[in-house]
Design a protein around this ligand. Structure first.
Ligand code: GAL
Length: 642
């Protein structure tokens, strides 16, 4: 695994570069990512390129033996370009054009901007594509950051109409599939279709689903154009993009299909603050991040490429600037996050960023160095992690235990039609994942339809639209299966299937969802040691009622090796259902003390302590230590030979 950092030579006087490069190498870093926001310096005016500074920066880093990941700068189109093509900007859901003065202001559907993005990509690839230090490329930067996948611009509307015309034979077929007869929403031609924003009340969910798919496809087309240029002009290099946390506005499985490797940007403390964790978790894990945030995304993004190649290209090194509150990590966490990524199979962990820049929007965001170039706390921890990684050597392949199925269109369905506050397929996936990790298990998050061979348990927390290949892989699977609510409840155009939920999955679980209801916070049905809340499917079935609440509600049905959970697989219901399934699957369940987590590879068993206090590993996970012991301090890591 390579350690690296994100570096912005354009922020600093040239006289600082050589010392920076030397200090990077001395800290054990070997990869530098650069160039993602440098368009205004590379091309200060249309067609006038200034490569000299970047040539010298690249030679300086190369001279120190560092490898480079160059980026295309298309997330930050410069002012001259926006002035030249004012209609290239995206429009928000209120129909307002996005202003210049930050980043990501472009519209994926604007043909003129797409041509400019290809032009600058070609220019950079031509200049540096054959350079021996350049081993990788990153396209753009964080597609969708700041809510920018969906654009409600005239360009997007025009392209959406064409997208619909390609997808449906004629307008009658679209009207029929979307159910436009409801509320007299029928169109007479594709050219009448509007975008689903600014309607009086909610737009048709089928319309929204189509628009979300279209918006994702626009990102794919934008990315594919850059990938094609980079492959042609810089052969043999790894092409990647940096994805975000808890972000679902485009289909990352589709994106991963275009790339050699998917990387992601890991900011565990910022994510804990900004996403739907309980107040208690926000307090307890304030300086560590919730124990499953980083691992969830490692396992999600590994499943997005065919090769399984992935990495962390931006790792939080200290306080960030963008969350509600921005605490510093507990000493040891930067090292812990780094080694945890390694245990999950990362090829790269690169810290964002080398040095804190005293100007601009992110002046309060830490780096490995302070603005005065003194070491910030993250630098020493990165160096420690580099030494640990070297001492561990080859960690072997990850051990297969549980496959968790997640698709992006599942989240689009629950987002479009939550039916109850907070209902989310992504969150259902995270909660199931977390429960499985509390049982001490390895979880791989996979795209529905991939082979499930080698796993003992498959968990489908929420899969409303079931593709034929998803069904086929589940039918071929011989292990235990757990299915969660809303699965099989919609066809590809958002209609309820004629046979009702769980639709196609009836071939696995013989039952019919006769009624679904959602429950307000505080309303729940409790059984022995568990409770169901939020969602409740009532089911007509001959299957066994495995878990019934004290007031007679069935929370889990079982038919042979398949369980159907009638409520979200979260909290104590997830613990109960998933531990029963894991035992039936013959998996080595080790209930984890609070804040402890495990990851198994062929060579090692890794353990992490995310609790703010010391913790003791269960006996079953002790022995053969090569790093640490069974008593873990806060932010502690142990590694033992298996
Ligand atoms: C990421 C982004 C970086 C930087 C960082 C700050 O989302 O890719 O450019 O803004 O966040 O945490």
């Amino acid at each position: 695994m390579q350690l690296g950092c994100c570096y912005f030579p354009e922020h600093w006087p040239e006289t600082m570069w050589a010392r920076d490069a030397r200090r990077m190498r001395e800290a054990g870093l070997s990869l530098v990512r650069l160039g993602e926001f440098a368009w205004s310096r590379i091309e200060p005016a249309q067609g006038h390129y200034d490569w000299a500074w970047l040539d010298r920066a690249i030679e300086t880093l190369h001279g120190e033996g560092l490898k480079l990941m160059l980026c295309t700068p298309t997330a930050t189109p410069p002012k001259w370009l926006v002035d030249q093509m004012p209609d290239m900007v995206a429009h928000d859901a209120q129909g307002r054009p996005r202003g210049f003065g930050s980043r990501r202001h472009y519209c994926f559907s604007h043909a003129g901007y797409r041509a400019e993005a290809e032009r600058i990509t070609r220019a950079i690839a031509q200049r540096y594509g054959g350079h021996p230090a350049v081993t990788a490329w990153q396209t753009d930067n964080e597609y969708g950051c700041h809510d920018t996948v969906e654009s409600f611009s005239p360009a997007a509307r025009d392209e959406f109409r064409q997208w619909c015309a390609r997808r449906y034979r004629d307008i009658e077929e679209l009207n029929e599939a979307w159910g436009n007869v409801f509320w007299s929403m029928e169109y007479r031609s594709f050219s009448e279709i509007e975008l689903p924003n600014l309607t009086v009340t909610e737009a048709n969910p089928a319309h929204w689903l189509a628009f979300r798919r279209f918006s994702s496809d626009q990102v794919m087309a934008f990315n594919a154009a850059q990938v094609a240029i980079l492959r042609e002009m810089s052969p043999g290099r790894t092409i990647t993009h940096n994805a975000m946390g808890f972000f679902t506005q485009f289909d990352h499985h589709d994106l991963g299909g275009q790339l050699d490797m998917l990387t992601w940007d890991s900011y565990p403390l910022g994510f804990l603050e900004m996403f739907r964790f309980s107040e208690a978790d926000k307090q307890r894990y304030l300086r560590q991040g919730h124990p499953d945030i980083a691992a969830f995304h490692h396992d999600l993004y590994r499943g997005c490429t065919v090769s399984g190649r992935w990495g962390v290209i931006e790792q939080q090194p200290g306080p960030v600037n963008w969350a509600h509150h921005n605490p510093a990590p507990l000493p040891g966490m930067v090292r812990l996050w780094t080694l945890e990524a390694m245990a999950h199979g990362a090829e790269i962990v690169s810290y964002f960023r080398w040095r804190q820049f005293p100007k601009g929007q992110e002046q309060m965001h830490a780096g490995l160095l302070r603005p005065d170039s003194a070491a910030a706390p993250g630098l020493g921890e990165a160096a420690q992690a580099a030494a640990d990684i070297a001492s561990l050597g080859d960690i072997g392949a990850s051990v297969k235990q549980v496959a968790l199925l997640f698709s992006y269109d599942s989240e689009w369905v629950t987002l479009t039609q939550p039916q109850g506050r907070g209902c989310s397929a992504l969150w259902a996936a995270f909660e199931s994942y977390s429960a499985l990790r509390r049982l001490g298990l390895n979880v791989d998050i996979v795209r529905p339809g991939v082979s499930l061979e080698g796993y003992a348990l498959a968990v489908v927390p929420c899969l409303p639209i079931v593709s034929d290949d998803a069904l086929a892989s589940l039918e071929a699977f011989e292990g235990q299966i757990v299915i969660g609510p809303r699965s099989g409840s919609r066809d590809k155009d958002f209609a309820i299937p004629p046979e009702l939920a769980p639709g196609k999955l009836k071939s696995l679980f013989p039952g019919t969802v006769s009624l679904s209801e959602t429950l307000r916070e505080g309303a729940q049905h409790a059984g022995k040691g568990w409770c169901l809340s939020g969602w409740l499917d009532h089911i007509e079935t001959d299957a066994e009622a495995e878990l019934s609440s004290d007031d007679g509600i069935v929370a889990c049905w079982k038919s042979a090796g398949v369980r159907y959970a009638a409520g979200w697989l979260e909290g104590s219901l997830a613990d109960e259902v998933l531990s029963r399934a894991a035992h039936d699957a013959g998996l080595p369940v080790i209930p984890m003390p609070e804040g402890l987590r495990l990851r198994r590879t062929d060579a090692y068993l890794f353990a992490w302590n995310y609790a703010p206090v010391s913790a003791v590993l269960p006996d079953e996970a002790c022995g053969g230590f090569v790093l640490g012991t069974g008593a873990l301090p806060a932010a502690g890591v142990t590694v033992s030979r298996t």
